[in-house]
Design a protein around this ligand. Sequence first.
Ligand SMILES: [Zn+2]
Length: 296
Amino acid sequence: MVEKGQYKDIILSIDEENIKCADCGKENPIKVSVNNGIILCEGCALQHLELGPNVSYIRDLSGEFDEYLLNYFTLGGNSKFKRFLKEENVDTSLPINKKYLTRACEFYRINLKKKVQGGELLKKNYENPNEIVENMENNFPEFEDYVIKHQKQNKEQTLGKAKKIIGNIGSGLFSFGKKVYSGVKQGANYVAVKAQPATNKIKKGAVFMGHQVGGVYTNIKNKIISKNKGEQKEKETENVEIKKEEKVDEEKKEENEVKEEEKKEEIKNEENNGAGILLNNPSINNESSQEKKGEQ
Ligand SMILES: [Zn+2]
C-alpha cells in the first residue's frame, strides 16, 4: 500500500519530463491533469480548471490517488503527451482553453483512457488536429463523481481542521476562564481575609452582648425562681390552714353527731318512762275496755 505523499514521488519518477509543467515548462509542478496524464504548474492548472473535469481533471500532486487515477500517469506522462502533440502538429502556442479542446487532444485523452481500462484503441478519426471540438461528448463521467467525492473529503478535512481550531480556541477560553476564576477566587479570599477582623469584632461583640444578656437572663431567672418558691410556700401554708379547718369541721361534726345520739337516747328514755306510767295505771285500762264494750 502506498502511503500518503508517496504518490508524488511515484508520479515524478515515472517520467523524467514530469519534473516540469507540461504547458509552460516551469519546474517543480504541484498539480496534475489526470485524464491528460500530465503534470502542471499551479498557474496552468488554474486555466485547466475552467475546462471542467471532462477535458481536464485537476488534482494536487501531493494528494492521494487510487489505482485507476495512478494508471493515467504510469501509461501517460509529460514526455508521451508532448511527443504526441509534436507528432500530430498540434499548435502548442494555442492558449490552454483552446489547445485542450482540439480534435488531437480529445483523441489522445480517449485513447489514454482505453489504455488504462484495457480497451481497443481508437484509430485516427480527424484531418485537422487543431480543429476545436464543439459539443464535446462526456468521455469522463467518472471524474464528475471524483470531483464530488473529493470536494466532500476536502470539506470534512476543512471541518476537521476548523473543529481542531475551535477546540483549541475553546480550550484556550477554558484556561482563560480558569485564570479569571482563580483570580476572582483569590480576590474573594483577600476580601474574606480583610473581612475576618471585622467578623471577629462582631463575634466578640456578640459574645460580650451574650454575657450581658446572660447576666440579665440569670437575674430574671433567679427572680422568677424565688417568686415561684415564695408562691409555693404560700400555697403550702394555705393548704395546711385549709386542712386544719377541715379537721375542726370534722371534730365539730362528730361532736354534733354524739350530741344528737345522746338527745335521741334521752327522748327514748323519756318515752319508755311515760309508757311505764300508763301501763301501770289501771283506770286508764278500764276506761278503754268499757268504751270497747259499748261499741259492740
Ligand atoms: Zn505551467
